[in-house]
Design a protein around this ligand. Sequence first.
Ligand code: GUN
Length: 302
Amino acid sequence: MSAKLIKGTEIRDAILKEIEAEVNEIKEKHGIVPGLVTILVGENPASISYVTAKIRTAKDLGFHEIQDSQPEDLTEEKLLALVEKYNKDDSINGILVQLPLPKGIDDKKVLNAIDPDKDVDGFHPVNVGRLMIGGDEVKFPPCTPAGIQEMIIRAGVETSGAEVVVVGRSNIVGKPIANMMLQKAKGANATVTIVHTRTKDLAFHCKRADILIVAAGVPGLVKPEWIKPGSCVIDVGVNRVGEKISEKTGKKIAILKGDVDFDAAKEIAGSITPVPGGVGPMTITMLMRNTLNSLKFKLGLM
Ligand code: GUN
């Protein structure tokens, strides 16, 4: 293995310690802790495990936390009323509605109903706009892109003037991370290309990348010969390709594979994120940071 491993688990642990220290300080000085509610509609197994992990982390950090689980047949009207209830709840600084929502509920309508000042996912159009403008305007960068940028910074990878190629154009990862990497800011200032399913020659673009960010949702899409020697490869793919029995717990767990052929890519790249244990742990960490920051904005500390 020649590439340096960028371990999300280690970076997560360091950032969570920083957050915990701030939570304790604010609690002492102001007698208040950040409050996070996650709203889960239905019983999608992946969503249940994500939401459980988010709430467990919030609890471990000393946040006030609520996991609000609702039945699959909840109406859109009732979900909108629930969001409004938490918009008005002073003990709540962050509202997260887990996606995807069941068929029949318009997710845009629901996301747009969240108070932009409690939108710790950063999905509300107001926060998407703030992100586009950049600088001081940004309140809540979306969690996965924020985690990616933090990993790049903490790994010491030079971004200024770098060729960044983003594979994938989703609203959750591809579009926001591309926008963040081109801002005039720390961990950015890059020349950015976005490629997607209609791009004519994916390999051509990937081969030019000093920093390759792959969020396509296609296991093993990026081949080793597409990777520029010495480059930084960030694999956002979390593809469930099967199941196995966990050695630790004896329970069935998903076998996860990234969008990059890791075993071959690690011999060519300069640095690379593993799957699992790479970008995944950073998403929850950034959600915690956004929730803490939401309280800090409210208290005038930011
Ligand atoms: N579903 C998959 N990723 C996310 C996320 O980051 N936020 C929310 N709300 N739902 C998701």
